[in-house]
Design a protein around this ligand. Structure first.
Ligand SMILES: Nc1nc2c(ncn2[C@@H]2O[C@H](COP(=O)(O)OP(=O)(O)OP(=O)(O)O)[C@@H](O)[C@H]2O)c(=O)[nH]1
Ligand SMILES: [Mg+2]
Length: 454
């Protein structure tokens, strides 16, 4: 437990109906008492609220406030916590904050409340990180991943596997104590089964990262195709807003345009791009290069083409030239109004869905939304939590590498000290996720990205 008491404004910096200042630490109640005229807070029961006046050293009233007292250990941080709810004026909040600092509280670092909660065992590291994700979540799907993690979804899986591995590690280490004698307490067949099981889970969790992270950040969805195909028209119709300039002149869009679209609780970053062709000037050439960069980083590529002018061979050739990898491709067969009897299926490439459209008439744009939604929805696993943090991904990756060494070792019959070492390392990396092992540097990185007051 820490000996100092920290303070921060917990609400935003704009004018609002109510604002809140939070303190945590052994003196948080006594410090608040010095600026409060109302109940004697040191005698208050835990989890009670008290109305009174906030007064400065000269006895002037700064504001009316309601103070909630949480006594250790039943609080967010496990320490004594005081929450001062006052009027949401940035001026009043800052006045009260400086008053509390003058009375002996220390301004909190970013994320310090949550860091204390972690250090005092109120939550593990992946749960603490989920708090930041929850605050930042901007769509239902991102929120769901954060809540799942906050409730310990990922940690439970990891801790379970870790405990099983620890059992084996201790048995093998016992073998080490027997030195030269060739004893085997740890059943090698069972160890192999367990390690295989853990590798399976780590790799499945790893697989969820790409999508989990995309859901958190907004799924990059690129609209690309030749000039004049109707890409910007489609962007506008999807957004239901005239965001991009549309014109009959090929090469209208020269730079990328990015807007957020939410479909069924999932956030997409919709990106309109410059049409792909032999560039006519330097600016266009730079625009096309940007298009290619965006496609490379995309999760979904909506390839738009004009059904009046483009043959199936040309569509196939365009896609072969773009060669999209690790991206879901949707073929948008546009301008169907100009070629109404065409059979959209004839433009099919691989197993990519073909959506016949007339963007200008808003025909089938809703259906395209459904195709976009399904391309992601079907990828969300139902039976395991998704990971969305690069830190977790790398820790899982290192765990897996070590466990593969264990498997190789078991096959080739290496001595127990090598086995023990690899298992210990795997355990170390698994523990990094939940914070069972951590360093000041790791903690600084994680909590540094929190906002102050959290
Ligand atoms: N008939 C018809 N015209 C369309 C349709 N969609 C777009 N257009 C027209 O096609 C022309 C080009 O549309 P844009 O949306 O600017 O095409 P773009 O792909 O963004 O073109 P660049 O930005 O130049 O690459 C405009 O005149 C649009 O009105 C459609 O479904 N049917
Ligand atoms: Mg355009």
């Amino acid at each position: 437990m820490k000996t100092d008491s920290i303070v921060a404004i917990a609400t935003g910096e704009t004018i609002s109906a109510i604002g809140m200042i939070r303190l945590s630490g052994p003196q948080s109640i006594s410090i608040t008492e010095k600026i409060f005229k109302g109940t004697i807070l040191s005698k208050a029961e835990s989890h009670t609220a008290h109305y009174g006046q906030i007064v400065n050293e000269d006895g002037d009233t700064i504001d009316e406030a309601v103070i909630t007292v949480y006594k250790s250990p039943k609080s967010y941080t496990s320490e004594d916590v005081v929450e001062i709810s006052c009027h949401g004026s940035p001026y009043v909040l800052k006045e009260i904050l400086s008053l509390l600092i003058r009375q002996g509280a220390r301004p909190a670092d970013p994320g310090e409340f949550t860091m204390r909660a972690f250090l005092n065992g109120r939550m593990d590291l992946s749960q603490a990180e989920a708090v930041a994700d929850l605050i930042e979540s901007q769509s239902r799907a991102a929120h769901k991943i954060a809540i799942q993690q906050l409730k310990g979804g990922v940690s439970t899986e990891i801790r379970f596997l870790r405990e099983k591995l620890i059992d084996f590690a201790s048995l093998i280490e016992l073998e080490l104590d027997f030195g030269e004698e060739n004893v085997e307490f740890a059943d090698r067949t069972k160890l192999k089964t367990l390690v295989t099981e853990v590798i399976l889970l780590t790799s499945r969790l790893k697989e969820t990262f790409h999508l989990g992270n995309a859901i958190k950040e907004g799924i990059p969805t690129v609209i690309a195709g030749r000039p004049n195909a109707g890409k910007s028209t489609l962007l506008n119709k999807l957004l239901q807003e005239d965001r991009a300039i549309v014109s009959a002149i090929p090469g209208t869009t020269r730079d990328t345009i990015e807007e957020v679209l939410v479909i069924d609780g999932i956030q997409y970053r919709l990106i309109d791009t410059a049409g792909i062709r032999e560039a006519h000037d330097e600016i266009e050439s730079m625009g096309i290069q940007r298009t290619m960069d965006k496609i490379e980083k995309a999760s979904i590529l909506i390839y738009v083409f004009d059904v009046k002018t483009l043959s199936p061979e040309e569509v196939a050739a365009d896609l072969a030239a773009i060669s999209p990898e690790n991206v879901k491709v949707i073929l948008a067969a546009n301008k169907m109004d100009l070629n109404p009897y065409a059979e959209p299926g004839k433009w099919q490439v691989k197993d990519y869905p073909v959506v016949p459209l007339s963007a200008i008439n808003n025909m089938n744009v809703l259906f395209l939304r459904e195709v976009i939604r399904d391309s992601i929805k079907n990828e969300i696993p139902q039976d395991i939590p998704m990971i969305s943090s690069a830190r977790h991904y790398h820790a899982l990756d290192r765990t897996e590498a070590r466990l593969n060494e264990v498997l190789v070792g078991l096959e080739s019959g290496v001595t127990h000290d090598f086995l023990a070492q690899d298992i210990r390392q795997a355990l170390y990396h698994l523990g990094e996720i939940t914070g069972q092992v951590s360093s000041d540097e790791i903690l600084g990185n994680i909590f540094g990205r929190f906002c102050i007051g959290k």
